[in-house]
Design a protein around this ligand. Structure first.
Ligand code: ATP
Ligand code: MG
Length: 286
């Protein structure tokens, strides 16, 4: 029987859309109609399990799923033995400590002897230990922000992205304790056959990721300044130079990271480049 790998992704929530679009950008087709909990791809040996994100690390460490996409916050909190195969760059957020707005805060010792509500008792416990703070941790599974106003705890530790939820609940962020993004995780004892499929998937994900962080740049330049321009945008092997219909001018095509483009734009213009076009790249294989 041919091998097939199983990947666990979040059914719905802040990870699911980006997880599924990454898989689609890898050219993997599948059907994910509403309410479906399992689905197989029609053109790649992979099957999907749609789960709550809390369950993903456990399913992968148990081997029910071979791979999973989950936030580092959930992964570290669940403390399961899996391999992190790749950081995925989406669902970026942070775990922070917050206290009522009116309170004075002069440092982490504020929390000594206080009570903190959180859905992340392990991450918080490890952090407090590393800071030599002894505080009481109240584990609750949701709506952590209301804990101080209802007298359940004096502070909270929760996911923050913009900070607006904290503000609405009269809280202020005082310490960032953990940074998180989505990661691809894998079971530790995959068969050779499954590993070969995982390699194929990683190859595609890398190509998509590289494509996203790079741009295809086209510009026109007088032939006299080509050397200068090539030095600024050396590209993958070297840029493509094509003659323009107008004598003494060339078109230069190259690939560079978006950051590199902004760093070099003044240099390019000073060297006489004009008609500069920056085009997105869908996939990039080096
Ligand atoms: P589930 O029903 O699957 O248990 P959930 O309610 O626990 O979902 P979500 O709110 O969908 O979780 O968040 C999933 C993950 O997305 C979080 O664990 C975190 O890694 C990341 N995340 C959470 N909030 C944000 C945010 N505001 N911006 C970016 N990423 C976030
Ligand atoms: Mg969850």
């Amino acid at each position: 029987m041919n091998s097939i790998i199983r990947i666990a992704v979040q059914k719905s929530g802040r990870l699911s859309e980006d997880s599924l679009s990454l898989i689609k950008e890898c050219g993997i087709k599948f059907y994910n109609g509403t309410g479906k909990l399992k689905s197989a791809s029609t053109n790649f040996p992979i099957e999907f399990l749609f789960l709550r994100d809390d369950d993903i690390p456990g399913y992968v460490s148990d081997g029910v799923a071979d791979l999973g996409i989950v936030g580092e916050n959930e992964l570290v909190e669940k403390d399961k033995d899996v391999t992190v195969l790749k950081k995925l760059g989406f669902s970026k957020c942070r775990l922070s400590l917050a206290i009522p707005k009116g309170e004075e805060y002069e440092g982490i010792s504020y929390f000594d002897g206080k009570s903190i509500a959180t859905s992340y008792p392990k991450i918080l416990g490890d952090y407090l230990k590393s800071q030599n703070i002894s505080a009481e941790i109240h584990e609750i599974s949701g709506s952590v922000e209301i804990a101080p106003s209802i007298g359940l705890a004096q502070g909270i530790c929760d996911i923050v992205s913009s900070g607006s939820t904290l503000m609405m609940n009269g809280l202020k962020e005082v310490e960032e304790i953990f940074k998180s993004e989505a990661v691809l995780i894998g079971n530790k004892s995959l068969t050779e056959k499954k590993l070969a499929i995982v390699d194929k998937l990683l190859f595609r994900m890398n190509a998509v990721q590289k494509g996203k962080s790079n741009k295809y740049v086209l510009l026109n330049a007088p032939n006299a300044s080509l050397d200068k321009i090539i030095a600024l945008i050396p590209g993958m092997r070297s840029p493509t130079i094509l003659p323009l219909a107008e004598e003494g001018w060339s078109s230069v095509h190259s690939v560079l990271s978006e950051d590199q483009f902004w760093e070099n734009i003044e240099g390019l213009r000073a060297a006489g480049a004009e008609g500069i076009l920056v085009v997105p790249i869908e996939k990039m294989v080096i």
